[in-house]
Design a protein around this ligand. Structure first.
Ligand SMILES: Cc1cc2nc3c(=O)[nH]c(=O)nc-3n(C[C@H](O)[C@H](O)[C@H](O)COP(=O)(O)O)c2cc1C
Length: 209
């Protein structure tokens, strides 16, 4: 699918066909495409809990403003942002450092510089840790939605949910924030898709202070 068709065709659809499951292979392809999203120092602080089970989706729906799409969509992704992925010793950071050394992007004696750079950019305050995790994971989430559209799937991002309760339901450890839930499936063809919503113009977006 042409990129323009993907980005104009992506819509937050409210009605999913509960009879049309998403195959594991397609979901994997979608996630692998989205994983090509950029992230600071390539730290990729994102993870997903995949929810397909009807009972678990019902429980989640109750915690998500009772939005019916949570049950109707065949897949709900609980998108997680790892607030600790900048920390020395974190497996992703360590893997990254080794790769950078292996490919000659850094030398082994630059470890201290690398760790201090991560610490000062992301680790100095709770706000910085939160911003680091959510900012990077938001790029991944956008990539998930575009990858889904490219593969013929529809999505709906949601932050209308009780964060603490969802954390508890899925035993999500403290290091993660949950920036959004993402419903994935196929638009129910007998429902009406409303016209696209307005967007800010170029002139409204570009500012000067
Ligand atoms: C982070 C995020 C959270 C959202 N949360 C909800 C939600 O809980 N419920 C809902 O119906 N729509 C939710 N939306 C969908 C937005 O309302 C929608 O993206 C916006 O109106 C533009 O419509 P479009 O996505 O179809 O272009 C959310 C969107 C984003 C990006």
């Amino acid at each position: 699918m042409d990129f323009k068709d993907v980005i104009t065709g992506r819509r937050s659809v409210n009605f999913f066909d509960p009879q049309k499951p998403v195959s594991d292979d397609l979901l994997k392809e979608m996630v692998e495409l989205a994983a090509l999203a950029p992230s600071s120092f390539n730290l990729q602080p994102w993870s997903l809990v995949v929810v397909k089970d009807a009972e678990r989706k019902k429980s989640l729906q109750k915690l998500a403003w009772d939005q019916p799409k949570v049950s109707e969509a065949p897949v709900i992704l609980v998108v997680l942002a790892d607030r600790s992925a900048w920390r020395p010793g974190h497996p992703v950071l360590e893997h990254n450092f080794e790769e950078m050394v292996a490919y000659g992007r850094l030398t082994a004696d630059q470890r201290q510089w690398f760790e201090e750079a991560c610490m000062s950019l992301y680790g100095e305050s709770i706000e910085k840790q939160q911003a680091f995790a959510v900012k990077n994971t938001a790029f991944f989430a956008m990539a998930l939605m575009l990858a889904a559209k490219h593969l013929g799937l529809d999505t709906h991002p949601m932050d209308g949910f009780d964060h603490q309760a969802v954390r508890k339901l899925f035993n999500v450890p403290d290091q993660y924030w949950i920036p959004l839930l993402l419903a994935v499936g196929y638009f129910k063809s007998d429902e009406k898709l409303l016209p696209p919503k307005w967007r800010k113009s170029f002139e409204q977006i570009v500012v000067e202070f």
